[in-house]
Design a protein around this ligand. Sequence first.
Ligand SMILES: Nc1ncnc2c1ncn2[C@@H]1O[C@H](COP(=O)(O)OP(=O)(O)O)[C@@H](O)[C@H]1O
Ligand SMILES: [Mg+2]
Length: 398
Amino acid sequence: MDPLTNPYTPNAGAQPTTLAGRNPQLDSFDLLLARLMRGRPQQSMIVTGLRGVGKTVLLGQFRKKALAANWVVAELEIRKHDDTEFRRMMASRMRTALLEISPKARWNERFQKAGRVLASFTLTADLTGTVQIGYAADATEPGKADHGDLALDLTDVFVAVGEAAADAGRGVVLLFDEIQFLAPAQLEALISAIHKVVQRSLPVTMVGAGLPLIAELVGDARSYAERLFQFPTIGDLDDRDAREALDGPAKIEGASFESDALELALQITGRYPYFLQELGYAVWGVASGTVITRGDVSDAEALYTAKLDESFFRVRFDRCTNRQKQYLRAMAELGPGKQKAQDVASVLKRESSQVAPIRAELIGMGLLYTPDYGYADFTVPHFESFMLRVMPDLEVIG
Ligand SMILES: Nc1ncnc2c1ncn2[C@@H]1O[C@H](COP(=O)(O)OP(=O)(O)O)[C@@H](O)[C@H]1O
Ligand SMILES: [Mg+2]
C-alpha cells in the first residue's frame, strides 16, 4: 500500500496512531493531578519496563494531560549526570517552571524567594563544581538550598517552588525519562524532596520512567519510596490490545487485518509495542490490497527482522566491546529469560567472579538488568535471538 499513508510509528517516543492498553496508567495520572490540586496526598508513579514497551510515549501522554489540566510541565531526559550537572539541570527546569507561571516582572514575594532559593542551589554547585550559571549572580537566600547536601538543598527548592506555585493556584509536574541513569544519591534526593512537598500538601510532583533496574537503585531508600510512589510495570500488550495496536491504525486508513493475519503478527512480535509498530510498518509496504492477509504478514517478516537487526538491536550491539559481546552471546546460548550469573560463567568456561566485571559493565550500560539476585536478563526484548543471528558461533572469552 501507499507508503505515504503508512499509519505505523516505529520510532522511539513516537506517539502511536492508536495508543493501546495503557488506560490504567493514564487514569492513575489523572487521579494524581486532581488529588494534588485539592491538596490531597497521592502516590506518584515510577513506570518501569523494557526497551520499546512505550514508557516515553506514556510520559508524552502524561505531558498532554498535565498541560490540559493547566499544570506546568518540566521534562528531563536523564543521562549520567554528576551532581553539579544534576543541580544545574534541576535548577534550570525549576526556574523555567516559575517563569511559566509568572513573568519575572510580576513576581510576588513567594516567587522572589523561590528565585533566591534557586540561586542558592546553583551557587552551591558553583562552589563545588565551578560551573558558571547566568543567574548565579542573583540574590541568594542564605540558609536555604546552600547546605551542600543534595537532598536537603533539593528539598528547599521543591518547597519554595511549591509554595510559589500554590500561591498562583498552579502545580508543577516533573516528568523524568531514563530515570535508571540517576545516581543513587540523586534519586534519593528526589525522593526526600518529594516526601517533603507531600507532607506540606504542595502541588509539586515527579513521575519517572525507566528500565526495570530502578527498583534495585532505590535500594536503601526503598521502603520510604514505596510509600510515596507506585511502581507500575508496563510490558507486552495483552492479546486484545495488541490486535488493536495493529488494526486501529489500519482502520484509520481504510484498511483492515484478517484475524489470522493478526494472530501471526502477535506471534512474531511477542506483542511488544515497538515490534508491533515495526511489523505493521513493514506489512503496509508489502500488502497489495486493503484487506491484509496472513500471507502479507508472512511476506513482511524478513523485512521486519532485517530492519530490527540493522537498527534497534544493532546500535546496542555496536556499543559493546568484544568481551561484552561474548558475554551476551553466552547468555543467549542459555535461551530466553533471566539467567544465573553462574550459568553464564560456565558457558564461558570461567568462574563467576572472573566475568562479574563484564556483567556489571553491561548492567551499567543499560543492556542487562537484574530481575532477581544473582540473575540477569536483557533489557531489550528478543535480544537473545538477535545475538544468535549476529554471532552464530559461541566464543569463549580468551
Ligand atoms: N500503547 C501503545 N500502543 C501502540 N504502540 C505503542 C504504545 N506505546 C508505545 N508504542 C510504540 O512503541 C514504540 C516504543 O515506544 P517508546 O515510548 O519509545 O518505548 P520506551 O520508551 O519504553 O523504550 C514506538 O514506536 C511507539 O509508537
Ligand atoms: Mg524511552
